[in-house]
Each structure stands twice: as structure tokens, then as C-alpha cells.
Design a protein around this ligand. Structure first.
Ligand SMILES: [Zn+2]
Length: 158
């Protein structure tokens, strides 16, 4: 980063923090030549969003993979390609609030909530793949919880 005062490239970052409700990062920097401080804003558009998997491994967010997973869950269900595209786009836009890393469970939950509105069978299929439930009881608890939230939201909308 070039110092706006003396043009030196010799500087250091004092502090980095995300700006709330955006995907930009604000950095306080200090020039090592003139010792002046300045602020830069960086948008991580060119930074690949990494997905943190349940075992802690990271992999780049892959839209195609999510698309494939959703469409697999919707096989032979009355869900149009357009709807699948809508689900994936919405999830993608919601996770863009995350800076650099997003837990895979967040992607799973967001997708599930959308599927629940659309098709219960697709929802259950997706849940069984995405959520590593310890046993069937965990799964049923989660399903009931989501169902309850779903019904609550429905009532609210009326
Ligand atoms: Zn300087």
C-alpha cells in the first residue's frame, strides 16, 4: 500500500476490522517513512470466500456444488430449475455478508430454511446430506424446531 503523504510503500497495518453490514475491511495503517497514519478500505471481492467444513478444513465456496446439492435434493420433486436458481442465489447473497470465511453449517441452515418453504421431501433429503446428525433423534428435533419456526413465520405473514 502506498502512503498518501510521502508515497512510500514501506508501511504497516495497525488494525483491521470489518465494516458492519458490508463485506469491506477497514485498515488503519502507519507509514514507516513519514510515520503518518492513514486508513484504507478494502473490498474482498477478489478474495475467495472460504467455507469452513465441520472437520475444520477449508475449501473455496463453490456455487456449482451448492447448486448440485440442492438440485439433487429436488430430484423428481415439483421444484423448477428457476426455483433452485433462486434458492442458490439467495443463499449466495446472504453469505456474502461473511468476510472471507463462512461455516458450512450456515450455508446448510440457510438452504434448509428455504427448502422448507418449498418442498418437505427436498428439505429432508438435503438435511440428511448436509447435517451430520448424530442420530435420528437429533434429526427429528431439528426438523421439529424448523417446522415450528416455519409455522410461526407463516402465522406472522397472515
Ligand atoms: Zn509516508
Amino acid at each position: 500500500m502506498k502512503c498518501p503523504f510521502c508515497g512510500s510503500f514501506d508501511g504497516q497495518v495497525l488494525d483491521s476490522r470489518p465494516i458492519e453490514h458490508t463485506s469491506a475491511i477497514r485498515r488503519r495503517r502507519q507509514c514507516n517513512q513519514c510515520k503518518k497514519r492513514y486508513t484504507t478500505y478494502e473490498k474482498p471481492e477478489d478474495i475467495t470466500l472460504m467455507v469452513i467444513k465441520s472437520d475444520g478444513r477449508r475449501e473455496p465456496f463453490d456455487r456449482k456444488k451448492l447448486w448440485a446439492a440442492v438440485s439433487r435434493a429436488c430430484v423428481k420433486r415439483p421444484v423448477s430449475t428457476e426455483t433452485i436458481e433462486k434458492i442458490v442465489s439467495e443463499v449466495e447473497s446472504e453469505i456474502s455478508d461473511y468476510i472471507m470465511e463462512v461455516p458450512s453449517s450456515v450455508i446448510g441452515q440457510k438452504t434448509l430454511q428455504k427448502l422448507l418453504d418449498i418442498d418437505t421431501v427436498a428439505y429432508i433429503r438435503f438435511a440428511s446430506v448436509y447435517n451430520k446428525f448424530a442420530d435420528i433423534n437429533d434429526f427429528m428435533t431439528e426438523l421439529k424446531k424448523l417446522k415450528k419456526e416455519h409455522d410461526k413465520n407463516k402465522t406472522k405473514k397472515k
